[in-house]
Design a binder for this molecule. Structure first.
Ligand code: GUN
Length: 300
């Protein structure tokens, strides 16, 4: 194995330190305590874990943390009412509605009811449009964290061919916009792309966000390329005992690491950066709400 390991866990800790430093300064100098509200509907176990971690890290960074846990059968009007109440609350600078929502709720309607300036997920159509237009916006956390790591590793991305595998609104599409904004040349590939493997082999930077365990193997990777593995897949691990699981990425780690110049591990790569960037976005939103300068080191 020859690739450099891009340590997302360590990088996320440095982002959280910067967040805490900005929060302390905002409290001290402006009597402004950034606040993040998280809304969770239902009892999806993975979502409960995320929400617990978010609440813990928000409080550890010195910010105010608000949690709204609602039963799975909450109706749309009630949820919209809560979002509107948070929109109007001056102590809340960031609002996150945990996805996926139960099927009877219209996610698009609910996300687009969040005030765009408090939409720390960057999922509101206004933020999607602003990112596409190259205007100041809230940027989705996973692509933001991925670009931070790429810029930290490479410095300038000018002239790099980047292939993003996956076209989701949460990762693939905003990732391509961020790469374009950083002067790379992005291609968005997906399950219907012809000759996917050959397309990926042209890439200096590969961002894999398809949700298919270990789909990308070393023979897809151009020697020396940088691999950002966004996938978090739980697969059976009988070698660890009956009923046990392990977490793998969208890339087959050993074979990709043998060819790549740098790679993010799973776990410990992109994952920890997502919550760190959520905290970063909340600080940015709070600063903008008060007309303060953009906090340094928290945006790309
Ligand atoms: N569920 C899993 N990841 C996310 C995320 O980044 N934001 C929201 N709102 N829900 C999620």
């Amino acid at each position: 194995m020859s690739a450099d390991i891009i340590d997302g866990k360590a990088f996320a800790a440095t982002v959280r330190e910067k967040v805490a430093m900005h929060v302390a300064r905002m409290v001290e100098e402006h009597n402004l305590k950034p606040g993040l509200a998280v809304v969770l509907v239902g009892e999806d176990p993975a979502s409960q874990v995320y929400v617990r971690n978010k609440g813990k890290q928000t409080a550890e960074s010195g910010m105010a943390s608000f949690e709204h846990k609602l039963p799975a059968d909450t109706d749309e009007a009630t949820l919209l009412g809560i979002v509107e109440q948070l929109n109007a609350d001056p102590s809340v600078h960031g609002i996150l509605v945990q996805l996926p929502l139960p099927k009877h709720l219209n996610s698009d309607l609910i996300i687009n009811t969040i005030a765009p300036e408090k939409d720390v997920d960057g999922f509101h159509v206004v933020n999607v449009g602003r990112l596409g237009a190259g205007l100041k916006s809230m940027v989705p956390c996973t692509p933001l964290g991925s670009l931070m790591m790429l810029k930290d590793y490479h410095g300038d991305l000018s002239g790099k061919n980047a292939v993003v595998i996956g076209r989701s609104n949460i990762v693939g599409k905003p990732m391509a916009q961020l790469l374009l904004g950083a002067n790379a040349t992005p291609t968005i590939a997906h399950s219907r792309t012809a000759n996917l493997q050959e397309v990926v082999r042209e890439a200096d930077i590969v961002v894999a966000a398809v949700g298919r365990p270990e789909m990308v193997t070393g023979d897809w990777i151009k020697p020396g390329a940088t691999v950002i593995d966004v996938g978090i897949n739980r697969i059976p691990a009988p070698e660890k005992g009956e009923g046990k699981h392990r977490i793998v990425g969208d890339c087959h780690y050993e074979s990709c690491a043998a060819v790549a110049g740098a790679i993010t591990p799973v776990p410990g790569g992109v994952g920890p950066m997502t919550i760190a960037c959520l905290l970063a976005n909340t600080v940015t939103a709070a600063a903008r709400s008060a007309g303060l300068p953009e906090p340094e080191g928290l945006t790309v």
